[in-house]
Write a protein that binds this ligand. Structure first.
Ligand SMILES: *[C@@H]1O[C@H](CO)[C@@H](O)[C@H](O)[C@H]1NC(C)=O
Ligand SMILES: *[C@@H]1O[C@H](CO)[C@@H](O)[C@H](O)[C@H]1NC(C)=O
Length: 235
């Protein structure tokens, strides 16, 4: 009897919890930020006085690197922001902080790669962290500048096993391999952080560990054609 009761009550509870988690995930994915305004903010947070709207109340000083999209978590954790929110409401507090960001000197409009979360850092207002544990922030060479992306180096063909341009040590050598740059390769994947060669161009053989292509003179089509031509030179 007791077992039955527990099941009756726990099943809906478990599914409600699961639904809640799934709902959160969906929200989180949908909220994948592509651009934001961020700044190192250093000033007094003032909000409209609810009892005398023509005046303001100074809540205290804010000295933090802030992005508009991450204000909800700031408002939930910073004591000055918490007091402001308690006094005038979350919306009004958010709007006051947004204004501080927008009007601070050195505020920047930032653009973020997929799988990233804005993470304003002093001296780097447009900094970000990679969302999923398996993603790594790597430098990539785009059309005319170096930029940063979140890359799954376990599966990324061009940053396989690690970044080609590491984020933290710009002078250090590549940590991973660009599988597409293996000499003589024609079909390759990145599997669990290692390049796996499936096929090489004519004139190359896959080496015994399947990680590179080895030039084989006897199979070089240019040399073969020359030999073929020679053999058929009429005497
Ligand atoms: C702050 O700037 C952003 C981007 O320029 C803009 O969308 C937003 O409306 C501004 N908000 C305030 C309160 O100034
Ligand atoms: C295959 O090539 C890779 C990359 O050059 C090398 O590290 C590996 O030792 C080679 N394997 C053999 C068996 O030669």
């Amino acid at each position: 009897m007791r077992f039955l009761l527990v099941s009756v009550f726990s099943l809906p509870l478990v599914s409600a919890l699961l639904l809640g988690v799934a709902g959160l995930n969906t929200l989180f994915d949908r909220a994948d930020i592509t651009s934001d305004v961020c700044s190192a903010v250093n000033g007094m947070l003032a909000v409209t006085n609810p009892w005398n709207p023509s005046t303001t109340i100074v809540m205290g000083s804010i000295n933090a690197c802030l992005c508009i999209s991450t204000l909800p978590s700031f408002i939930a954790t910073n004591s000055v922001a918490i007091s402001a929110s308690a006094l005038v409401g979350k919306a009004e507090a958010t709007s006051a902080l947004t204004k501080m960001i927008n009007t601070s000197t050195g505020h920047k409009t930032c653009h973020y790669p997929p799988h990233s979360v804005p993470a304003c850092q002093p001296g780097n207002a447009c900094g970000f962290t990679c969302k999923d544990g398996g993603q790594t922030a790597c430098g990539v060479i785009s059309r005319n500048a170096k930029s940063w992306e979140c890359i799954d180096t376990q599966n990324d063909l061009e940053s396989c096993g690690g970044c080609i341009i590491p984020l933290h040590s710009q002078l250090s050598s590549p940590e991973g391999e660009d599988c597409t740059a293996i000499p003589g390769v024609s079909d390759v994947s990145c599997i669990r952080g290692g390049c796996v060669v499936h096929r090489c161009r004519p004139g190359y053989d896959i080496n015994s560990t399947g990680s590179s292509c080895v030039y084989v003179e006897e199979k070089d089509p240019v040399i073969l054609a020359a030999q073929y031509g020679l053999e058929h030179i009429p005497l």
